[in-house]
Design a protein around this ligand. Structure first.
Ligand code: SF4
Length: 292
């Protein structure tokens, strides 16, 4: 991967941002890699020499990394900081780096720091952050399986980068940081999930080695936003109202003597090239060609 500096940032800042703090030790898959779409992982490996990323794109993730490294040094009795746990399953080693373990009389509480926008917290409080639930439950499974310790709670410590005290949305965080409880899975559910993901990654690797087409990314993996229907009227710039179904929108449009504008859902991971491989992706490029 090649890192550019299009904004002419000072060299020390570029060196700091470009430094790779991340390590997965001797494991073949970190928990986050296991959860990531197999197609993206395979394509990133394939095009690693050709991927170009500007250093400004590393800022958001590296700010979180810097905070993590500072927190790692804060030893407080009753807590274990930043521990990487390894486990071998079906001959493959996976590992998870657990930010914080709080040792209580009832067992271990796993705490994961997230440096996020308020939107992520709103989603989590509406039970729409499946990736957080999955990640923390794999950590739980690792502690229970490898360390043979009981886990009695899972929590996200969300630090909100764009907090506004004036926001009025439902589930908007009440302060710049908050604790969020995450539901727990039993170990059978988690192990089944882990095995399924390992199979998916294994099949993708085999497909790539045989020159076969990779399994397409799903809508969820592509961060597909919902298609919505805006009721509009001639001469008015903004929509009168926006609906999730065309039926509701049509009903209001008839009453208001307006019309319905369909706003198609967008695969944001593809359109924003957040996967880093969109220009080589036949799935996405094919869609662009179709709509051209
Ligand atoms: S461009 Fe979209 S479909 Fe293609 S690999 Fe990236 S996320 Fe997946």
């Amino acid at each position: 991967m090649k890192i550019t500096n299009e904004q002419g940032l000072p060299a020390p800042l570029v060196a700091l941002l470009a430094r790779d703090f991340y390590t997965k030790g001797a494991s073949q898959y970190s928990v986050t890699e296991l959860m990531s779409p197999p197609k993206i992982r395979r394509m990133r490996e394939q095009y690693d020499d050709e991927i170009v990323i500007d250093v400004t794109k590393l800022i958001a993730s590296q700010l979180g990394t810097f905070m993590h490294s500072k927190l790692e040094g804060k030893a407080i009795e009753g807590y274990t900081n930043e521990e990487r746990i390894f486990h071998s399953i079906d001959g493959i080693t996976i590992s998870g780096a657990i930010d914080l373990q709080e040792h209580t009389d009832n067992g271990v509480v796993i705490i994961d720091y997230k440096f996020v926008k308020a939107w992520s917290v709103i989603q989590a409080l509406a039970n729409n952050k499946d990736d957080w639930v999955t990640q923390l439950n794999i950590y739980k499974w690792l502690i229970e399986t490898v360390k043979k310790q009981k886990v009695c709670g899972l929590k996200i410590c969300a630090i909100i980068k764009d907090y506004s005290p004036h926001a009025t949305q439902e589930n908007y965080p009440k302060a710049e940081a908050m604790m969020i409880d995450i539901p727990m899975w039993d170990s059978v559910t988690t192990e089944t999930y882990v095995r399924q993901r390992l199979d998916m990654h294994r099949f993708a690797k085999q497909a790539q080695e045989f020159g076969e087409e990779l399994q397409p990314c799903t809508d969820e993996e592509r961060w597909m936003s919902e298609t919505i229907y805006a009721v509009k009227r001639e001469g008015r710039k903004t929509a009168i109202r926006v609906f999730k179904t065309i039926e509701e929108a049509t009903e209001l449009a008839e009453k208001e003597k307006g019309y319905v504008e369909e706003r198609k859902g967008e695969p944001k991971r593809c359109t924003g090239d957040f996967c880093g491989v969109s220009k080589w992706c036949k799935q996405y490029q094919g869609e662009l060609n179709e709509s051209a």
